[in-house]
Ligand binder design. Sequence first.
Ligand code: BES
Ligand code: MN
Ligand code: ZN
Length: 496
Amino acid sequence: MKIDFSHEPLVQLPSSVVVVYGFEGAAAATGTAQRLPAETRALLDELQTSGELTGKSYECTLVHRPAGLAARKLLVVGAGKKEKSGDAHLRRLVGTAVRYVRGRGIHDLAWVLDSGEVPPGAVQAIAEGAIAGDYDADCYRTERESERRIDRLELATGGGSSDEAAVAALERGRVIAEAQNFSRDLVNEPSNRMTPTSLALRAQQMAGHFGLDCRVLGPEEIRDLKMGAFWAVAQGSDEPAKLIVLNYAHPDAAHAELIGLVGKGITFDTGGISIKPSENMHEMKTDMAGGAMMLGVMQAIAQLKPVARVVALVPATENMPSGKAYKPGDVITSLSGKTIEILNTDAEGRLVLADALTYARQLGCSVLIDAATLTGAIMIALGNITTGVFGWSKEWVERVLGSAAAVGEKMWHMPVDEDYRDLYKSSIADLANTGGRYGGAITAAMFVGEFAGDTPWVHLDIAGTRWSNDEKPYLAKGPTGAGVRTLVHLLSNLPA
Ligand code: BES
Ligand code: MN
Ligand code: ZN
């Protein structure tokens, strides 16, 4: 999608459809609808009186041959209650317009900006909403929804000019939303097409394209390095395990913190010998969403170039039952030296994260952030809407939550507490890999945290937010790219 500013008077915009929004109860006289010429607003007043135009959230009203405008169509998007405002709201309104319009065979639109100077944050949100909205997860359908993609979006100022900051914000929004969509593409792939090997290839292609350093360790290296926890999970699969390592360093950041991003990369989670029930097992192709999130983040920062030092690690493997698979009762030795009793082979995510975190510390990381589709328990607690945030470091947990709030991603601080530690004690090893049903997301997070040692660490459980079970007016059903925007914001706003 090409996105540009347009400075034509609104009445002369040449796009197929001009888009405005208005709030509930007074859609014709609020939001950007009030920027329309009197003649057009009179038309909207009529629709409002007849009850066709209410301004309720995401309502779309298409007017053909709108009086007073050169454009052949006018779309009014309902903005809901007047108190709803801000960039997060704007992002959704634009996404709604894009999805509505392309569903009607229109490929170009003009989004009318608020009058006066449009703040960079709003421009960025508009670009993000449009590009994320124009995504569909139907790449294996022969007749694709996404063939109806939007080619062109004009950001209509109605006159005047757009400054450098606005143009930069537009570019920033494009980079971030494309990174989010890249992450969604990876999560969307089924496990027969997204093996650890193909995930590593996709990472290498991305790194080559955007100038990142990328290294991939194979099975022998993983074993030789003594990553016993990662290896235990990998040993049951015929697909070779891969540890993907990406590096980004800004030349002025030689002394900055080395941030380690660790993403769970289970390309399919059958549960292993503690096999999952077959109902919904197909959803476990998404069990590499944490890894996909980190790859998306790296794609974005490679282009945005924040003053930061970042290494991303994605331990990638399948979790399979087989004659070679690890079994309940096994005791394994992790890279850290800590021994782990396996009580359930379906608690595999924490094992691959354990060794990847230890390795990140060996590489010198001074801050660790991991993301994982770690537990069903977080879905029970927070549903598909909110990501669970865990960690001992108040400072870094708050940083993550602050970034999430700034970019409109829903995240919630969940507790960690010494008192839960007893739950994952083992009678024969240092730790057990499960802590029982109660507080399952907390004990899983804390297990992972044991391998961060005294390094500040934040854990994001995205088991719920990785996927949207239903189509939203502004976003397709399927992979969400959760977390990408938050971490890009965090890495772009590090303390000096
Ligand atoms: N990948 C799953 C968690 C998951 C569940 C992600 C549903 C997305 C949707 C994870 O590996 C898992 O199986 N966790 C177990 C842990 C249990 C065995 C302690 C769970 O949550 O049931
Ligand atoms: Mn599992
Ligand atoms: Zn899993």
